[in-house]
Structures are given as C-alpha cells and as structure tokens.
Design a protein around this ligand. Structure first.
Ligand code: MEV
Length: 455
C-alpha cells in the first residue's frame, strides 16, 4: 500500500467548501432551508434549487401533506411504484404493488407469480401475531422481594393502563402478558418487564410504547411505596421503555409445491433443476456470506411491498435478520425439500405490519396500494408480504442455478444505462431490440450506443 493510502479522506482535496454549523435550521422557511443548503453544500445553487423544485408537487395540499411527514423537508424523493400481477395466494388472485428502485425485482416477482399460478399458487398461514415491548430497569437488591413486588404490582400496572388499552380491548386486542425477567447474569442489576401485546390491524408501535411508559411510571411509583424494600431497593432505576422489533412470535409461513417433473418445461431437466435449487438453499443455510445475499434477495420483495403499503421497512429488516440468526448462526430464511417426488419451497418470517394507522391513512399512494390489495387486514398483509419474499427468492435462485443472474438483470438494467447515456426514445427502441439477441453488459451497451451514433 502506498503511503498516500493512509491519508484520512477528509484531509484530501475532496471537499468543496469550509462549513460552519447553523443554529435554528428547523425554524427557517422551506425556501430559506433550500437557499442555505444549496449555497453551502452544492457547486451550482441555481441548478441544485431547480432539481429540488422539480420534484415538488404542483398540488399544494398534497405537497403540504408530504412536507409534514418529516422535518426539514426540502423536496420529495421519488421511488417507482410497480405492479407484479398474477399472485395466486390461498386461491385468491392478487396484483402486488411494489415500491423499489432496483431494476428486475418487479419483473422477477411477476415471473415467479406466473410460474406458480400454473402450479397451484402460494399457500400461506399465520403462526402467531404476538408483539413485544420491554421496560428495562436496574434493581440492586434481593430478587425474591422483587418477585413478590411484581406479583403485587401487576394488577395495578394493568389497571392504570386501561385508558390506553380500552379501545384496543373492545376490538379484541390489548396486553397479553407481563413478565418479570432477570437479566442480571448478563448485566449486573438488570431486570425487565417483558410484555406481549395483540395489536390487531395496527403495527402498534404507539400503542405499545404508551403502555410501556405507563407501566414504567406505575412501577417506579409503587416501588417507592413498597415497605418490604430497603431504601436502596425502592429506588428502582427505569432505564427505558420501548417496543422490540424482534418479534419471533409474530410469524407467517408461505409455501409453494409441485411435482418435481413440473418444475421445468422439459421434464428430463426437472430433477437436475430441483436438486440444484435444494443445493443452493443448503449452501445458504450453512454459509453466512451466501445467506446474507440470499436473504437480501428475499428482502427485495418484502421491502418493496412494505414500502408501497406504508409500513416500516427498517423495523422489518431488523427483526427479520435477527430471526435469521436466532439459533446462533446467520442462515437462510427459506427452506426446500423433495419428498415423494414433490418439490416444496417455503419461508417462515416474523413480520409486524399494520394496515391501519401511521402512513396507511395519510399517504394517497399507500391508500391506493392497500385498495389494490383488497384492503387487507394486517394478517392478510403479512401473508402477501411473505409471498413476495418467497417469490423473489425463487426467481433469484432459479436464475442463479440456470442462466446466471446477469442475463435477466442486465436486460432490465439496459434502460438505466441508455438513460445515463442520454439515448433518445428511438435509440432506446433500436438498442432494446438489439439486446434481445445479444448479451448486455455495461461496455457492450456503451459500444452499441456509440456505433449507433457513429461515434
Ligand atoms: C440482487 O438484488 C439479489 C440477489 O443477489 C439475490 C440472491 O443472490 O439470491 C440476486
């Protein structure tokens, strides 16, 4: 390595300006925020401003709605919304909306949907819907006394949360369980109230966090008055109260199956293909480097539907990957088998989703996406999302073990490259036709483009 490779990046000449901190940025108007950012952080303020404004919505009401989703808004960030049709799920046909920037994901989903449409479709089931939240606290004293205190205080915790829980309870949900857990072997003095909830069609973050904060208040107050505690024990220190995005019992299963000979058009090739699929999954089960990419492909499908339906993809990502490592090693989220000549391929994943509350009632495109999905309950949405993940994984592995991923991917990516090159509509048609018969790579596309233009 040359000595210059050790120079920290910020000392190199990569920065445009000297920057100074700003006070009260959030209080500036949108125009003032834009002026500040383009002047201080971009090369050409006028061009930068024009780009930001190009993405504003002409409908001022709609723009205001988007401005208010987050803070310090200066523009909108578009993602394409695509449709993957022909998903047969438990004998109902769905067209699945997907918001994603990556070319070939929607095409792959559509292809997998069509493939399984002709082979009985997807079968899904809900294994559980339990959500989790925890009050984390430090208690320096005698565990037996804490247990006795917990038994005494538990009904009071539930009673004092009724203002928060009564509407949820009317609809059949609420607090399912509160447990005291001793974590002091891992961290001295650390205990928790480990609570489980049923939040029905809501993702439930606000409901759960409000319940937990109320539990914490009641717990702290009652501890201070609990006479068996010493002065030190009375002083329970609440560290934090928050839901957990790890929801291993909010679980859904999706599955496809068909006789092995139906897996390929040529039945003679079916067995080889089925075995390769099984091997590919076996590799993802034992090799974390492959498992991460394998699961990333699954998340291509899952995140796209989660985003289109206004759900929290960061929560789902965190929970799903933790689940993939639940037995100690990071492993594949999908599984496959061949038994009695039947190929079976399935996924079991935790998904805490909502179809009411949050963005679902606010974002017009989210509302439309949910309408396209026939206004699903949270349980139905869990099943649709799991299917999107399974379909995506099937399509990816099918390509990987047959043609390789680049053939399909580059065909789909072709338009992106042509757009980057500034191809006209006519040139795009000519070159798309050309690459129907030729292998598309970045350099072959550039070369064909240059030939066409006589460059
Ligand atoms: C690319 O976004 C996803 C894949 O890498 C998934 C996989 O390898 O299984 C194709």
């Amino acid at each position: 390595m040359s000595p210059s490779a050790f120079i920290p990046i910020f000392t190199q000449q990569t920065k445009y300006f000297m920057h100074t901190p700003i006070e009260g940025f959030s209080k500036l108007t949108k125009e003032e925020k834009i002026d500040w950012i383009v002047t201080n952080y971009t090369h050409n303020s006028e061009i930068s401003k024009a780009i930001l404004k190009k993405y504003w919505n002409a409908d001022t009401e709609l723009q205001k709605l988007h401005d208010e989703f987050i803070e310090n808004t200066i523009s909108n960030y578009y993602l394409p919304l695509g449709i993957a049709p022909n998903f047969l799920i438990n004998n109902s046909l769905y067209a699945i909306p997907m918001a994603i920037e990556e070319s070939s994901v929607v095409a792959a989903a559509s292809k997998a949907a069509k493939f399984w449409l002709d082979r009985g479709g997807f079968k899904t089931s809900i294994i559980g819907t339990e959500k989790i939240g925890q009050v984390h606290f430090m208690y320096p004293g005698d565990e037996k006394k804490l247990k006795a205190f917990f038994r005494m205080v538990k009904p009071i915790l539930l009673q004092e949360a009724t203002a928060i829980t009564k509407n949820m309870e009317k609809r059949g949900g609420g607090i399912s369980k509160i447990e005291l857990r001793n974590k002091s072997e891992k961290l001295k003095g650390y205990f928790q109230l480990h609570c489980t909830f049923e939040t029905l069609d809501a993702m439930g973050a606000n409901f759960i966090n409000s319940c937990l904060e109320q539990f914490a208040k009641t717990f702290k107050r009652e501890a201070l008055q609990y006479s068996p505690f010493t002065a030190e024990e009375k002083n329970i220190e609440i560290v934090m109260s928050i839901l957990s995005n790890y929801v291993p019992n909010c679980l859904v299963r999706a599955e496809v199956s068909c006789p092995v000979e139906r897996l390929t058009n040529d039945p003679k090739k079916a067995s080889e293909f089925a075995n390769k699929m099984i091997q590919a999954i076996a590799i993802a089960k034992v090799e974390p480097h492959r498992a991460v990419t394998h699961n990333k492909g699954i998340m291509n499908g899952i995140d796209a539907v989660i985003l289109a339906t206004g759900n929290d993809f960061r929560a789902v990502e965190a929970g799903v990957h933790a689940y993939a490592a639940k037995d100690g090693d990071y492993t594949s989220l999908t599984d496959a088998s061949i038994e009695n000549g039947i190929f079976k391929f399935w996924i079991e994943i935790p998904l805490a989703l909502g179809t009411v509350g949050g963005l679902t009632n606010l974002h017009p495109l989210v509302k439309l996406a949910l309408e396209i999905l026939q206004k699903p309950s949270a349980k139905e949405l869990m099943q649709i999302v799991a299917v999107a993940g399974l379909a995506q994984n099937f399509a990816a592995i099918r390509s990987l073990v047959t043609t390789g991923i680049q053939e399909g991917h580059m065909k789909m990516h072709l338009l992106n490259i042509l757009n980057q090159l500034g191809a006209t509509e006519e040139e795009k048609i000519t070159l798309t036709n050309h690459f129907k018969k030729n292998t598309a790579t970045h350099s072959s596309v550039v070369k064909a483009f240059e030939n066409l233009r006589g460059l």
